[in-house]
Design a protein around this ligand. Structure first.
Ligand code: NOJ
Length: 546
């Protein structure tokens, strides 16, 4: 790429890439805090980058259908204008939750067209010097109708080509079996996650994946962020299938915000357990891989030193993250959930008690932190996030009692609070003592119109964010957390779910008209950082054909 070296741009660019190591980490690799074989990578998911939504026999998934629903765009624009007018962030957030789907009317039909451009994208990874890549498989590219149809050989061939190319370049694939996507067939036949039937479909699909790819994939993640998928899909109804009730949202398809999240959560735990049991009994010994689960994580900073607010932190973690990590690792729900929900909580599947722990590593997706305030002993703002009984009676938000937790970004939910990375990783390590991979971390920005290309790729703010979060991660590691990898979200700008193409998370900018990829300053920064602290390819090339 040719860069016109405008003076200011040139100065900031050189400063940033010349000092990739300006962490609290020492300036020479001999004192690197990252252990040998530490994985440095980038992360992505199939729906967000692949496009080709009907190519070569692929079937429709829940996100294909959801993003094509008519009318959602204008609703969302209306909600944004309305909320900006009344000027209250928390209400903005709630309204977006109630009305919005994809704010710019885009969808993942084409996304980054990675399906056709994967070679170019692997070149970009190789240029960065990453030794790993977190990706997800598209369920309906492999099984267009779930277990009710045939395996789509074209889908298997595509992933074989991609995996082989990654390995030929010394890049370890870190594969998520499902990153929010399920076959529409499963939704139409039995309401998807609402039925325990989903466990059969998921296990059937995982079996196809292990059989076809397990000789080369050594790190599996069963599912990405069940907490986010189920809160957004079944409590506040802004993600597929758009179900909710009462004051939680305005869902035309029905739902029960106080019950369904726990039902789908239970069915997910069944599915997860069943996949892990299959892997452990049939594949793990022969294939020698590891299996884990990726959770969205938040650090919650008590708004005061009161015992009540400190206890609210535990409840917030219980109802957000430990809701899934505890059953997956300890075979039971967190005690805070049991105390509050009692018999409203479905049983933990027996399979998880047998497998305990059902994961070999924890995937930590971490971006931001919020304050937390007790709502059990004192009244909280009505409708505040987390404030109801089924959310743990712990209000969590970036603005509480006139204080804001960190620097805002273009994303309503993302505030910069690097200390949160150190605190959440330490918390998870101390609670579970299971190896951790930071499976996602990064920051997204909205791009203003009328910028020059230089302005579009000058992302010093992203560099500052990543540097600060890595610094905090290193602090947690120095205090003893067993962290084995870090995946930056993301290699490319991509389809950011209900924010569509409006929010850009990429080390590489994607021009959505031409699909051209242009490295941002952060790509050079990350490349230099890895060169200084990385350890080269983690795997030897297995296949020479590309
Ligand atoms: C977590 C999700 O796994 C990913 O799909 C999303 O794009 C990032 N967070 C950024 O919001």
């Amino acid at each position: 790429m040719e860069l016109p070296f405008l003076p200011l741009f040139a100065l900031t660019f050189s400063i940033s890439i010349l000092f990739p190591h300006s962490l609290s980490v020492k300036d020479d690799s001999s004192s690197s805090p990252f252990p040998p074989n530490f994985l440095f990578g980038t992360a992505s998911s199939s729906y967000q980058i692949e496009g080709a939504y009907l190519a070569d026999g692929k079937g429709l998934n829940n996100w294909d259908v959801f993003t094509h629903k008519p009318g959602s765009h204008s609703y969302s624009l209306f909600s944004k204008t309305f909320i900006v007018y009344i000027g209250k962030k928390i209400q903005w957030y709630m309204w977006l939750y109630i009305l919005g789907t994809v704010t710019d009317g885009s969808n993942g039909d084409v996304a980054d067209d990675h399906y056709h451009r994967y070679k170019e994208d692997v070149d970009l990874m190789e240029d960065l010097g990453v030794n790993s890549y977190r990706m997800s498989l598209s369920w309906t590219r492999i099984l267009p109708k779930g277990r009710f149809g045939k395996v789509n050989q074209a889908g298997i061939d595509y992933y074989n080509r991609l995996l082989n190319l990654l390995l030929a370049r010394g890049i370890e694939p870190f594969v998520t079996i499902s990153h929010y996507d399920i076959p529409q067939e499963a939704v139409d036949r039995y309401d998807g996650w609402l039925s325990p039937e989903i466990a059969k479909d998921f296990t059937y699909y995982a079996d196809v994946c292990f059989k076809n790819f397990g000789d080369r994939v050594k790190y599996w993640i069963t599912f990405n962020e069940p907490n986010v998928a189920f809160i957004r899909g079944y409590r506040i109804g802004i993600w597929p299938p758009g179900r909710c009730s009462g004051s939680f949202g305005n869902c035309s398809v029905g739902g029960n915000s106080e019950k369904e999240p726990f039902i789908v959560g239970h069915n997910f735990l069944l599915a997860h357990g069943s996949i892990v049991e299959l892997y452990r009994t049939k594949y793990q010994k022969i294939q020698g891989g590891k299996i884990g689960l990726a959770s969205h994580t938040m650090w919650f900073e008590p708004i005061s030193n009161s015992t009540e607010d400190k206890m609210a932190l535990e409840r917030a973690q219980a109802f957000y993250m430990n809701w899934f990590l505890d059953p997956a690792i300890r075979g039971d729900y967190p005690k805070e959930m049991r105390e509050i929900l009692g018999d409203d909580l479905p049983p933990v599947p027996e399979i998880l008690k047998r497998l305990k722990p059902s994961i070999d590593f924890i995937g930590v997706n971490h971006y931001t932190s919020y304050f937390v305030k007790d709502c059990l002993h004192s009244a909280c703002e009505e409708g505040g996030l987390g404030s109801t009984r089924t959310e743990g009676s712990a209000l969590t938000w970036a603005h509480v009692d006139g204080r804001t937790i960190g620097k805002p970004t273009s994303l309503e939910w993302l505030f910069i609070y690097p200390q949160g990375m150190e605190k959440i990783v330490t918390y998870i390590w101390e609670r579970f003592k299971i190896p951790i991979f930071v499976t996602e971390n990064g920051v997204g920005w909205k791009e203003s119109p009328n910028l020059t290309i230089n302005e579009r790729i000058n992302d010093e703010d992203r560099i500052d964010y990543v540097r600060a979060y890595l610094d905090a991660l290193v602090t947690a590691m120095r205090k003893g957390a067993d962290v084995r990898g870090y995946f930056l979200w993301s290699l490319l700008d991509n389809f950011e779910w209900t924010d569509g193409s409006s929010i850009r998370f990429g080390l590489h900018r994607v021009d959505y008209d031409t699909l051209e990829r242009t490295p941002r300053m952060s790509a050079s920064w990350y490349k230099n950082f890895i060169a200084l602290h990385g350890f080269g390819p983690a795997t030897k090339p297995l296949h020479s054909q590309e």
